[in-house]
Design a protein around this ligand. Structure first.
Ligand code: AMP
Length: 411
Protein backbone atom coordinates (compact mmCIF):
# COMPACT_ATOMS: atom_id res chain seq x y z
CA UNK A 1 0.00 0.00 0.00
CA UNK A 2 1.35 3.40 -1.02
CA UNK A 3 1.59 6.17 1.56
CA UNK A 4 -0.50 8.43 -0.68
CA UNK A 5 -3.52 6.28 0.33
CA UNK A 6 -3.53 7.87 3.77
CA UNK A 7 -4.01 11.40 2.44
CA UNK A 8 -1.03 12.77 4.34
CA UNK A 9 -0.04 16.41 4.07
CA UNK A 10 2.48 17.12 1.25
CA UNK A 11 5.14 18.26 3.72
CA UNK A 12 4.97 14.90 5.44
CA UNK A 13 4.99 13.02 2.12
CA UNK A 14 8.28 14.76 1.33
CA UNK A 15 9.77 13.46 4.58
CA UNK A 16 8.53 9.93 3.79
CA UNK A 17 10.14 10.09 0.34
CA UNK A 18 13.38 11.44 1.80
CA UNK A 19 13.45 8.56 4.28
CA UNK A 20 13.29 6.14 1.34
CA UNK A 21 9.98 4.53 2.33
CA UNK A 22 8.00 3.38 -0.67
CA UNK A 23 5.18 1.33 0.74
CA UNK A 24 3.55 1.10 4.15
CA UNK A 25 4.44 -2.00 6.18
CA UNK A 26 1.57 -4.21 7.47
CA UNK A 27 1.60 -2.59 10.90
CA UNK A 28 1.51 0.86 9.29
CA UNK A 29 -1.38 -0.16 7.05
CA UNK A 30 -3.40 -1.31 10.02
CA UNK A 31 -2.52 1.31 12.59
CA UNK A 32 -2.34 4.60 10.66
CA UNK A 33 -6.03 4.92 9.64
CA UNK A 34 -7.17 4.43 13.26
CA UNK A 35 -4.76 7.02 14.60
CA UNK A 36 -5.80 9.47 11.89
CA UNK A 37 -9.41 8.84 12.90
CA UNK A 38 -8.56 9.83 16.47
CA UNK A 39 -9.00 6.38 18.04
CA UNK A 40 -7.05 4.92 20.95
CA UNK A 41 -5.13 1.82 19.99
CA UNK A 42 -3.41 -1.12 21.58
CA UNK A 43 -1.05 -2.79 19.14
CA UNK A 44 1.19 -5.78 19.55
CA UNK A 45 4.06 -5.18 17.18
CA UNK A 46 7.72 -5.97 17.48
CA UNK A 47 10.68 -3.81 16.64
CA UNK A 48 11.53 -4.12 12.97
CA UNK A 49 7.93 -4.01 11.76
CA UNK A 50 7.97 -0.26 11.10
CA UNK A 51 5.97 0.44 14.25
CA UNK A 52 7.75 3.71 15.05
CA UNK A 53 6.68 5.32 11.79
CA UNK A 54 3.24 3.75 12.30
CA UNK A 55 2.63 6.15 15.16
CA UNK A 56 4.95 9.03 14.20
CA UNK A 57 3.46 9.60 10.74
CA UNK A 58 -0.18 10.04 11.79
CA UNK A 59 0.91 12.03 14.85
CA UNK A 60 2.94 14.45 12.73
CA UNK A 61 0.08 14.69 10.26
CA UNK A 62 -2.48 15.43 12.96
CA UNK A 63 -0.22 18.03 14.54
CA UNK A 64 0.51 19.92 11.34
CA UNK A 65 -3.01 19.81 9.95
CA UNK A 66 -5.00 20.76 13.05
CA UNK A 67 -4.78 24.01 14.99
CA UNK A 68 -2.56 23.46 17.98
CA UNK A 69 -0.98 25.41 20.76
CA UNK A 70 2.79 25.55 20.28
CA UNK A 71 3.39 26.87 23.78
CA UNK A 72 2.53 23.50 25.27
CA UNK A 73 3.59 19.90 24.73
CA UNK A 74 1.29 18.35 22.14
CA UNK A 75 2.43 14.74 22.11
CA UNK A 76 4.36 12.69 24.64
CA UNK A 77 6.08 9.47 23.56
CA UNK A 78 7.26 7.43 26.55
CA UNK A 79 9.87 4.74 25.86
CA UNK A 80 11.93 2.43 28.08
CA UNK A 81 15.52 3.40 27.22
CA UNK A 82 17.58 6.42 26.24
CA UNK A 83 18.82 4.56 23.15
CA UNK A 84 15.26 4.12 21.96
CA UNK A 85 14.46 7.76 22.80
CA UNK A 86 17.41 8.92 20.69
CA UNK A 87 16.52 6.57 17.85
CA UNK A 88 12.88 7.69 17.77
CA UNK A 89 13.90 11.36 17.95
CA UNK A 90 16.18 10.83 14.93
CA UNK A 91 13.45 8.98 13.09
CA UNK A 92 11.12 11.85 13.87
CA UNK A 93 13.69 14.33 12.65
CA UNK A 94 13.88 12.61 9.28
CA UNK A 95 10.15 12.15 8.76
CA UNK A 96 9.20 15.65 9.91
CA UNK A 97 12.11 17.40 8.19
CA UNK A 98 9.82 19.32 5.84
CA UNK A 99 6.88 19.55 8.23
CA UNK A 100 8.57 21.83 10.75
CA UNK A 101 7.52 19.96 13.86
CA UNK A 102 9.41 20.82 17.03
CA UNK A 103 10.67 17.94 19.08
CA UNK A 104 13.01 17.03 21.89
CA UNK A 105 14.32 13.82 23.39
CA UNK A 106 14.36 13.81 27.19
CA UNK A 107 16.35 11.00 28.75
CA UNK A 108 18.60 10.27 31.69
CA UNK A 109 22.35 10.26 31.74
CA UNK A 110 22.88 13.62 30.04
CA UNK A 111 25.04 16.42 31.39
CA UNK A 112 23.92 19.69 33.00
CA UNK A 113 23.72 21.40 29.60
CA UNK A 114 21.25 18.81 28.35
CA UNK A 115 19.14 19.30 31.44
CA UNK A 116 18.96 23.07 30.95
CA UNK A 117 17.98 22.58 27.33
CA UNK A 118 15.31 20.04 28.27
CA UNK A 119 13.97 22.37 30.93
CA UNK A 120 13.76 25.20 28.39
CA UNK A 121 11.88 23.06 25.86
CA UNK A 122 9.57 21.51 28.41
CA UNK A 123 8.61 24.90 29.84
CA UNK A 124 8.19 26.62 26.45
CA UNK A 125 6.39 23.74 24.79
CA UNK A 126 7.38 21.38 21.97
CA UNK A 127 5.18 19.58 19.49
CA UNK A 128 6.51 16.13 20.30
CA UNK A 129 8.52 15.05 23.33
CA UNK A 130 10.15 11.63 23.36
CA UNK A 131 11.16 10.66 26.89
CA UNK A 132 12.14 7.95 29.32
CA UNK A 133 9.80 7.70 32.32
CA UNK A 134 12.20 8.48 35.18
CA UNK A 135 13.67 11.60 33.60
CA UNK A 136 10.29 12.96 32.60
CA UNK A 137 8.94 12.41 36.08
CA UNK A 138 11.91 14.32 37.51
CA UNK A 139 11.14 17.30 35.26
CA UNK A 140 7.41 17.22 36.06
CA UNK A 141 8.16 17.26 39.78
CA UNK A 142 9.98 20.55 39.32
CA UNK A 143 6.80 22.15 38.14
CA UNK A 144 7.63 23.83 34.84
CA UNK A 145 6.54 21.19 32.33
CA UNK A 146 3.72 22.50 30.12
CA UNK A 147 1.33 19.58 29.80
CA UNK A 148 -1.99 21.43 29.92
CA UNK A 149 -2.62 21.25 26.17
CA UNK A 150 -1.37 17.70 25.59
CA UNK A 151 -3.46 15.76 23.08
CA UNK A 152 -1.53 12.58 22.35
CA UNK A 153 0.18 9.98 24.53
CA UNK A 154 2.24 7.10 23.13
CA UNK A 155 3.60 4.26 25.26
CA UNK A 156 6.15 2.39 23.18
CA UNK A 157 7.52 -1.02 24.19
CA UNK A 158 5.14 -0.93 27.13
CA UNK A 159 5.92 -4.50 28.21
CA UNK A 160 9.60 -3.64 28.49
CA UNK A 161 8.82 -0.54 30.52
CA UNK A 162 6.82 -2.59 33.00
CA UNK A 163 9.57 -5.24 33.15
CA UNK A 164 12.00 -2.45 34.00
CA UNK A 165 9.82 -1.35 36.91
CA UNK A 166 8.51 1.89 35.40
CA UNK A 167 4.83 1.34 36.24
CA UNK A 168 4.69 3.95 39.02
CA UNK A 169 6.64 6.53 37.00
CA UNK A 170 4.32 6.06 34.03
CA UNK A 171 1.23 6.44 36.18
CA UNK A 172 2.73 9.53 37.81
CA UNK A 173 3.20 11.12 34.38
CA UNK A 174 -0.25 10.08 33.18
CA UNK A 175 -1.84 11.61 36.27
CA UNK A 176 -0.38 14.97 35.19
CA UNK A 177 -1.90 14.81 31.69
CA UNK A 178 -5.26 16.19 30.56
CA UNK A 179 -7.91 13.46 30.71
CA UNK A 180 -9.09 14.11 27.17
CA UNK A 181 -6.35 12.82 24.89
CA UNK A 182 -5.63 10.12 22.33
CA UNK A 183 -3.70 7.15 23.71
CA UNK A 184 -1.57 4.74 21.71
CA UNK A 185 -0.03 1.71 23.36
CA UNK A 186 2.54 -0.49 21.62
CA UNK A 187 3.89 -3.67 23.13
CA UNK A 188 5.73 -6.67 21.71
CA UNK A 189 3.84 -8.99 24.06
CA UNK A 190 0.47 -8.74 25.80
CA UNK A 191 0.84 -10.21 29.29
CA UNK A 192 -1.99 -9.58 31.82
CA UNK A 193 -0.20 -6.57 33.36
CA UNK A 194 -0.26 -4.83 29.96
CA UNK A 195 -3.98 -5.57 29.64
CA UNK A 196 -4.47 -4.01 33.05
CA UNK A 197 -2.48 -0.91 32.11
CA UNK A 198 -4.52 -0.69 28.90
CA UNK A 199 -7.77 -0.90 30.85
CA UNK A 200 -6.63 1.99 33.01
CA UNK A 201 -5.53 4.39 30.31
CA UNK A 202 -7.19 3.55 26.98
CA UNK A 203 -10.71 4.51 25.90
CA UNK A 204 -12.48 2.00 23.65
CA UNK A 205 -9.22 1.08 21.92
CA UNK A 206 -8.87 -0.59 18.55
CA UNK A 207 -6.83 -3.72 19.03
CA UNK A 208 -4.22 -4.54 16.43
CA UNK A 209 -2.13 -7.66 16.44
CA UNK A 210 0.86 -7.91 14.16
CA UNK A 211 2.99 -10.52 15.77
CA UNK A 212 5.40 -12.04 13.36
CA UNK A 213 6.48 -15.60 13.57
CA UNK A 214 10.19 -16.23 13.44
CA UNK A 215 11.48 -18.52 10.67
CA UNK A 216 12.21 -22.11 11.68
CA UNK A 217 15.67 -22.49 13.21
CA UNK A 218 16.61 -25.25 10.81
CA UNK A 219 16.64 -22.94 7.79
CA UNK A 220 20.22 -22.04 6.89
CA UNK A 221 20.10 -18.33 6.16
CA UNK A 222 22.83 -16.43 4.36
CA UNK A 223 23.01 -12.93 2.96
CA UNK A 224 25.29 -11.90 0.09
CA UNK A 225 26.29 -8.25 0.05
CA UNK A 226 26.66 -7.35 -3.63
CA UNK A 227 26.28 -4.68 -6.27
CA UNK A 228 23.21 -5.01 -8.51
CA UNK A 229 25.13 -6.27 -11.62
CA UNK A 230 26.68 -9.07 -9.54
CA UNK A 231 23.32 -10.65 -8.73
CA UNK A 232 22.73 -12.66 -11.91
CA UNK A 233 26.32 -14.03 -12.06
CA UNK A 234 25.97 -15.00 -8.39
CA UNK A 235 22.71 -16.90 -8.97
CA UNK A 236 24.32 -18.74 -11.89
CA UNK A 237 27.33 -19.63 -9.78
CA UNK A 238 25.23 -20.84 -6.86
CA UNK A 239 22.99 -22.97 -9.06
CA UNK A 240 25.97 -24.52 -10.82
CA UNK A 241 28.01 -25.22 -7.72
CA UNK A 242 25.35 -26.71 -5.49
CA UNK A 243 23.06 -29.41 -6.70
CA UNK A 244 19.76 -28.05 -5.43
CA UNK A 245 16.87 -29.93 -7.03
CA UNK A 246 14.15 -27.42 -6.22
CA UNK A 247 14.91 -23.72 -6.21
CA UNK A 248 12.50 -20.82 -5.78
CA UNK A 249 13.79 -17.34 -6.59
CA UNK A 250 11.84 -14.27 -5.52
CA UNK A 251 12.24 -10.95 -7.28
CA UNK A 252 10.45 -7.79 -6.29
CA UNK A 253 9.30 -6.84 -9.80
CA UNK A 254 8.01 -8.75 -12.78
CA UNK A 255 10.68 -7.08 -14.93
CA UNK A 256 13.44 -8.68 -12.89
CA UNK A 257 11.58 -12.01 -12.89
CA UNK A 258 11.52 -11.93 -16.69
CA UNK A 259 15.12 -10.80 -17.06
CA UNK A 260 16.45 -13.38 -14.64
CA UNK A 261 14.46 -16.24 -16.21
CA UNK A 262 15.82 -15.23 -19.61
CA UNK A 263 19.40 -15.26 -18.32
CA UNK A 264 18.98 -18.62 -16.60
CA UNK A 265 17.63 -20.17 -19.79
CA UNK A 266 20.42 -18.61 -21.84
CA UNK A 267 22.78 -20.41 -19.47
CA UNK A 268 20.99 -23.73 -20.03
CA UNK A 269 19.30 -23.81 -16.65
CA UNK A 270 15.77 -25.14 -16.80
CA UNK A 271 13.71 -22.33 -15.32
CA UNK A 272 10.24 -20.82 -15.63
CA UNK A 273 8.46 -17.80 -14.24
CA UNK A 274 5.31 -16.77 -12.41
CA UNK A 275 4.07 -13.19 -12.20
CA UNK A 276 0.90 -11.20 -12.65
CA UNK A 277 1.30 -10.74 -16.43
CA UNK A 278 0.59 -14.44 -16.91
CA UNK A 279 -2.94 -15.81 -17.26
CA UNK A 280 -4.14 -17.90 -14.35
CA UNK A 281 -4.07 -21.08 -16.47
CA UNK A 282 -0.46 -20.53 -17.41
CA UNK A 283 0.49 -19.84 -13.79
CA UNK A 284 -1.15 -23.08 -12.69
CA UNK A 285 0.58 -25.01 -15.43
CA UNK A 286 4.00 -23.68 -14.37
CA UNK A 287 3.24 -24.40 -10.74
CA UNK A 288 2.22 -27.99 -11.59
CA UNK A 289 5.48 -28.54 -13.46
CA UNK A 290 7.40 -27.19 -10.48
CA UNK A 291 5.49 -29.20 -7.90
CA UNK A 292 5.96 -32.38 -9.90
CA UNK A 293 9.73 -31.93 -9.80
CA UNK A 294 10.10 -31.62 -13.56
CA UNK A 295 10.94 -27.93 -13.31
CA UNK A 296 13.88 -27.35 -10.95
CA UNK A 297 14.00 -23.54 -10.88
CA UNK A 298 11.02 -21.23 -10.49
CA UNK A 299 11.39 -17.45 -10.56
CA UNK A 300 8.47 -15.51 -9.07
CA UNK A 301 7.22 -12.24 -7.70
CA UNK A 302 5.66 -12.06 -4.26
CA UNK A 303 2.52 -13.72 -5.63
CA UNK A 304 4.02 -16.95 -4.35
CA UNK A 305 5.38 -15.89 -0.99
CA UNK A 306 2.32 -16.56 1.13
CA UNK A 307 0.19 -19.53 1.78
CA UNK A 308 1.05 -21.84 -1.05
CA UNK A 309 2.18 -25.20 0.03
CA UNK A 310 5.00 -26.63 -1.99
CA UNK A 311 7.02 -29.27 -0.25
CA UNK A 312 10.69 -29.95 -0.48
CA UNK A 313 11.97 -26.64 -1.75
CA UNK A 314 15.66 -26.87 -1.02
CA UNK A 315 16.74 -23.33 -1.75
CA UNK A 316 14.95 -20.00 -1.67
CA UNK A 317 16.83 -17.04 -3.13
CA UNK A 318 15.68 -13.52 -2.39
CA UNK A 319 17.07 -11.88 -5.50
CA UNK A 320 15.89 -8.58 -4.00
CA UNK A 321 15.49 -7.85 -0.30
CA UNK A 322 11.82 -8.40 0.57
CA UNK A 323 9.74 -5.39 1.43
CA UNK A 324 9.59 -6.09 5.16
CA UNK A 325 10.30 -8.67 7.82
CA UNK A 326 6.99 -10.38 7.38
CA UNK A 327 7.59 -10.94 3.68
CA UNK A 328 11.06 -12.25 4.46
CA UNK A 329 9.72 -14.79 6.92
CA UNK A 330 6.98 -15.85 4.51
CA UNK A 331 9.38 -16.17 1.60
CA UNK A 332 12.03 -18.20 3.35
CA UNK A 333 9.26 -20.22 5.03
CA UNK A 334 8.74 -21.85 1.61
CA UNK A 335 11.77 -23.96 2.39
CA UNK A 336 12.39 -26.31 5.32
CA UNK A 337 8.78 -27.43 5.46
CA UNK A 338 8.00 -30.38 7.65
CA UNK A 339 11.05 -32.54 8.22
CA UNK A 340 13.23 -31.19 5.43
CA UNK A 341 16.06 -28.72 5.98
CA UNK A 342 16.27 -25.70 3.75
CA UNK A 343 18.57 -22.92 2.68
CA UNK A 344 17.68 -19.28 2.11
CA UNK A 345 20.00 -16.81 0.39
CA UNK A 346 19.29 -13.08 0.23
CA UNK A 347 21.11 -10.66 -2.06
CA UNK A 348 21.59 -7.23 -0.55
CA UNK A 349 22.69 -4.25 -2.65
CA UNK A 350 23.91 -1.00 -1.05
CA UNK A 351 20.53 0.65 -1.40
CA UNK A 352 18.80 -2.32 0.23
CA UNK A 353 21.15 -2.56 3.21
CA UNK A 354 19.05 -0.44 5.52
CA UNK A 355 15.91 -2.39 4.73
CA UNK A 356 17.77 -5.64 5.36
CA UNK A 357 19.12 -4.37 8.67
CA UNK A 358 15.47 -3.70 9.67
CA UNK A 359 14.68 -7.33 8.88
CA UNK A 360 17.67 -8.54 10.89
CA UNK A 361 16.41 -6.44 13.79
CA UNK A 362 13.07 -8.14 13.54
CA UNK A 363 14.70 -11.58 13.48
CA UNK A 364 16.60 -10.58 16.60
CA UNK A 365 20.01 -11.49 15.16
CA UNK A 366 22.15 -10.77 12.10
CA UNK A 367 21.89 -13.10 9.13
CA UNK A 368 25.36 -14.59 8.45
CA UNK A 369 27.01 -13.00 5.42
CA UNK A 370 28.18 -15.43 2.72
CA UNK A 371 31.36 -15.07 0.71
CA UNK A 372 30.92 -13.82 -2.84
CA UNK A 373 33.35 -15.65 -5.17
CA UNK A 374 36.31 -13.32 -5.88
CA UNK A 375 35.93 -13.69 -9.65
CA UNK A 376 32.70 -11.67 -9.39
CA UNK A 377 34.76 -8.66 -8.38
CA UNK A 378 34.90 -6.38 -5.41
CA UNK A 379 31.80 -6.29 -3.22
CA UNK A 380 30.38 -3.45 -1.14
CA UNK A 381 30.89 -3.24 2.59
CA UNK A 382 27.89 -4.04 4.81
CA UNK A 383 27.25 -0.73 6.50
CA UNK A 384 23.49 -0.25 6.75
CA UNK A 385 23.67 2.96 8.79
CA UNK A 386 25.47 4.73 5.97
CA UNK A 387 23.20 3.37 3.27
CA UNK A 388 20.10 5.53 3.68
CA UNK A 389 18.74 5.48 0.15
CA UNK A 390 17.49 8.97 -0.64
CA UNK A 391 18.73 11.12 2.16
CA UNK A 392 22.37 10.22 1.91
CA UNK A 393 23.22 13.75 0.96
CA UNK A 394 21.06 15.36 3.60
CA UNK A 395 22.61 15.77 6.98
CA UNK A 396 19.93 15.19 9.61
CA UNK A 397 21.44 16.42 12.81
CA UNK A 398 19.80 15.00 15.93
CA UNK A 399 17.83 17.95 17.21
CA UNK A 400 17.32 18.22 20.91
CA UNK A 401 15.30 21.40 20.55
CA UNK A 402 14.70 23.25 17.37
CA UNK A 403 11.56 24.31 15.61
CA UNK A 404 9.66 26.67 13.51
CA UNK A 405 7.23 27.74 16.21
CA UNK A 406 9.50 28.75 19.02
CA UNK A 407 11.89 31.60 18.55
CA UNK A 408 14.81 30.01 20.38
CA UNK A 409 17.56 28.65 18.15
CA UNK A 410 18.10 24.94 17.72
CA UNK A 411 20.96 23.30 19.49
P1 AMP B 1 10.86 -0.05 13.62
O1 AMP B 1 10.01 -1.29 13.68
O2 AMP B 1 10.06 1.16 13.87
O3 AMP B 1 12.05 -0.18 14.54
O4 AMP B 1 11.41 0.10 12.12
C1 AMP B 1 12.36 -0.79 11.57
C2 AMP B 1 13.07 -0.20 10.37
O5 AMP B 1 12.19 -0.12 9.26
C3 AMP B 1 13.61 1.20 10.58
O6 AMP B 1 14.92 1.25 10.10
C4 AMP B 1 12.70 2.08 9.75
O7 AMP B 1 13.39 3.21 9.25
C5 AMP B 1 12.30 1.16 8.64
N1 AMP B 1 10.96 1.44 8.06
C6 AMP B 1 9.86 1.82 8.72
N2 AMP B 1 8.82 1.96 7.87
C7 AMP B 1 9.27 1.64 6.64
C8 AMP B 1 8.67 1.59 5.34
N3 AMP B 1 7.38 1.85 5.14
N4 AMP B 1 9.46 1.23 4.31
C9 AMP B 1 10.77 0.94 4.50
N5 AMP B 1 11.40 0.97 5.69
C10 AMP B 1 10.66 1.31 6.76
Amino acid sequence: MKFSTFGFDDRLMEGIDASGYEEATPVQQQVIPHILAGKDIIASAQTGTGKTAAFLLPLINRIITTPHDSSTINALVIVPTRELAIQIAQHLEGLSYFAGVSSIAVYGGGDGGAFVQEKKALSMGADIVVCTPGKMMAHIKMGYVKLGGLKYLVLDEADRMLDMGFYDDIMFIINHLPAKRQNLLFSATMPPKIRELARKILHHPEEINISISKPPEKIIQQAFVVYEPQKIPLVLKQLREHSFKTVLIFCSSKQSVKQLTRELRRNKIKADEIHSDLEQDKREEVLMEYKSGRLPVLVATDILSRGIDIDNIELVINFDVPHDGEDYVHRIGRTARAEADGTAFTFVTPKEQRKFAGIEKLLGKPVPKGNVPPELGEVPEYNPVASRPNNQKRNFKPRRFGNRNNSKPSA
